[in-house]
Design a protein around this ligand. Sequence first.
Ligand SMILES: NC(=O)c1ccc[n+]([C@@H]2O[C@H](COP(=O)([O-])OP(=O)(O)OC[C@H]3O[C@@H](n4cnc5c(N)ncnc54)[C@H](O)[C@@H]3O)[C@@H](O)[C@H]2O)c1
Length: 259
Amino acid sequence: MTALQRFDLQGRVILLTGGAGLYGRGLARDLAETGARLIIAARSVEKLEAVAAEERNRGLDVTAMALDQGDEASVMALKNHIVADYGQLDGLVNNAVARPMKGANGSVEQWEESMRVNATGIMLMHRHLGKMMAERGSGSIVNIGSIQGMIGPSYELYTGTTMGDMPPDYFFHKGGMVNLTRFYAALFGPQNVRVNCLAPGGFFNNQPEPFLTRYAEHTMLGRMADPTDLGGSVIFLLSDASRYITGVNLPVDGGYTAK
Ligand SMILES: NC(=O)c1ccc[n+]([C@@H]2O[C@H](COP(=O)([O-])OP(=O)(O)OC[C@H]3O[C@@H](n4cnc5c(N)ncnc54)[C@H](O)[C@@H]3O)[C@@H](O)[C@H]2O)c1
């Protein structure tokens, strides 16, 4: 096998959660283009069906399935659906995130809803789908974290804008994801399942000008992320090219956290 062939995901069964969101749409496109058999899953199957249809129109193998990550019965139903239709799972990208909490003073109910999906739910994805890979003796899980799981809020970026009231749940569960990654990397390592985390930086989404300028100044590469920035690292971590890498948290942030 050549060095480039180790990056090959052709025919691999890969599950991407949240495939219609900001980062998720670009990831769905990139993963489909590898020739993988891609499953995209989230609560809104209608939106996902549109994404899957667009990719199938390009001749790619993409299927939409329903998932409420905060509901154990839904996670197990998705697993059973994958077993029935594909018989195996080679890769899992935990990209979905729920954002119910709207600011520093968001309600306890919003916090609890966030934990249902982003804490309990992410554990359930590892427990049920990771276990399925472990039983087969191979697989790779890529958790999509955030720079906001590594550092505190940079309030100064938002001065003069209506943005910047950041919710505490996000910093809690994205921080927890880094060490949950290590937990499952250790648990599943002996069964040849790797678990890694990526910490993306902010995604360009037409944010207001003073914020964009300050964000660019704070970032070594001088810009926010675009839809093509995350896929290469996800493909690397899903593929055999990274087969001796597990338990890491890799920032994909243009140097934001290195500064
Ligand atoms: N957008 C950013 O600037 C940014 C920066 C750093 C990290 N991230 C991370 O990247 C990932 C994607 O972020 P995004 O901004 O593209 O998200 P988004 O809000 O655009 O999309 C989130 C996706 O998760 C799905 N989802 C929400 N609740 C769910 C549930 N209960 N069950 C199943 N699916 C559910 C939604 O349907 C949606 O498809 C997240 O993990 C996020 O934390 C985003």
